[in-house]
Structures are given as C-alpha cells and as structure tokens.
Design a protein around this ligand. Structure first.
Ligand SMILES: N[C@@H](CCC(=O)N[C@@H](CS)C(=O)NCC(=O)O)C(=O)O
Length: 200
C-alpha cells in the first residue's frame, strides 16, 4: 500500500494506523504548499481534491477520506484490534468517534490554519477548548476513547490534538487528556510514524 501524506497533517492518523497494524507500506510525501510530490508529480492527478490522506491499495484502487482509510487499515489486521468487528455496536461507536473527530475537531482546527477573521478564530478556539474539556472528563474514566485499548480513533484524536500547539488552543489544566496524550505518544508505532514524517 502507498500512503500519500504531509508531515503532521491528518494523514499522520492513517500513518499511525499502518504502523500499529504492522502492515508493509510506502509513505509518499506531498507538498501541500504546491500540491506536488518530490518527483514533481502534480498531486491533483492522484487526488482531484488535492488533500491528504490518500491510500493506494496494492491493486491500484484509491481510497480517500481519513475515517474510511483508518477503518480499512484496521480491518487488514484484525488481530491488532484497532477497530471492533464490523456489524457490532462497538463498531458504530468507533465510527461515532471518528465522525466527531472529523467534523467537530478536525474541521474546527481547519479554521485556524486559514487567514480567517479574528472573531472566527476566537470562536474556533473557544469551541475547541470546550470540546477538549469534555474529552478530558471522558478520558478520566478510561485509558483510551473506546475503553482499555488503543483504536484508530485514538490515533486520529492524537493527531488533531497535536495541532493545539501551532494554533494556540489552550489545553492546560486538562490532566486526563494530557495523560492520554502521553500514553498515545509513547506507543512504538506512534513514535515510528512520527519519525518517518520527520516530526521527532
Ligand atoms: N475530508 C478529508 C479532509 C482531509 C484534509 O483536511 N486534509 C488536509 C490536511 S489535514 C489537507 O490536505 N489540506 C490541504 C488542501 O486541502 O489542499 C479527510 O477527512 O480525509
């Protein structure tokens, strides 16, 4: 499989999932500044929307959209239990988390990566602080979002919470969230993916 990624972007979530799954993959860097690959290929010829992540399967099939990609990866390595089995209520709960992270957290951070008016940016920061405050109370009750073990939802939330640093979203005074972040960051697969993206 080939994963098209940009360092530290939401594509780090499927990158972590691939490393956690122990699958073989090639990570291909995309410059989001000009939407090209290192060899000069126009990335729009690979993904017409120009965004990462994009997963190319070994038969050439292209799979787009982070929440779908991470579930596909999890299902290739069921023994790793990165997602509950399809058809179970727990699987819908995982999808609920992935959708929440995508539409409420990821896309609110997106407002802070663009030159939006100050009041829009402040509104985004306030909303994110509130959401992370709620997540802190959720994570007081368990080690990972879905319970006692890591799933692809943790990988995705971890990546988006990393963005609090460059966007100056205040995550101070949220000890359970911080403990969870430390727990996820310490995982060897997370370290591997971050190293491969040159982040550590
Ligand atoms: N709907 C897509 C959105 C992915 C997305 O927002 N990617 C960002 C990086 S986190 C990106 O590539 N932005 C650059 C661009 O759109 O040109 C998904 O969930 O996979």
């Amino acid at each position: 499989m080939k994963l098209y990624y940009a360092a530290g972007a939401c594509s780090l979530s499927p990158h972590i999932a691939l490393a956690e799954a122990g699958l073989s993959y090639e990570a291909i860097a995309v410059s989001l500044a000009d939407h090209t690959l290192a060899d000069g290929t126009d990335y729009y010829t690979i993904n017409p929307f120009g965004y990462v992540p994009m997963l190319q399967l070994d038969d050439g099939t292209m799979l787009r959209e982070g929440p779908a990609i991470v579930q596909y990866i999890a299902d290739q390595a069921p023994d790793k239990q990165l997602a509950p089995a399809n058809g179970t209520l727990a699987r819908y709960q995982l999808q609920s988390w992935l959708n929440f992270i995508s539409t409420e957290i990821h896309k609110t951070f997106s407002l802070l990566f663009r030159p939006n008016p100050a009041e829009v940016q402040q509104g985004a920061r306030d909303k994110l602080r509130k959401l992370f405050g709620w997540l802190d109370s959720e994570l007081a009750q368990r080690d990972y979002l879905m319970g006692g073990s890591f799933t692809v939802a943790d990988g995705y939330l971890f990546v988006t919470s990393n963005w609090s640093v460059p966007t100056q979203v205040d995550l101070s005074g949220l000890p359970h969230l911080q403990a969870w972040r430390d727990r996820v960051a310490a995982r060897p697969a997370v370290q591997q993916a971050m190293q491969e993206e040159g982040l550590i």
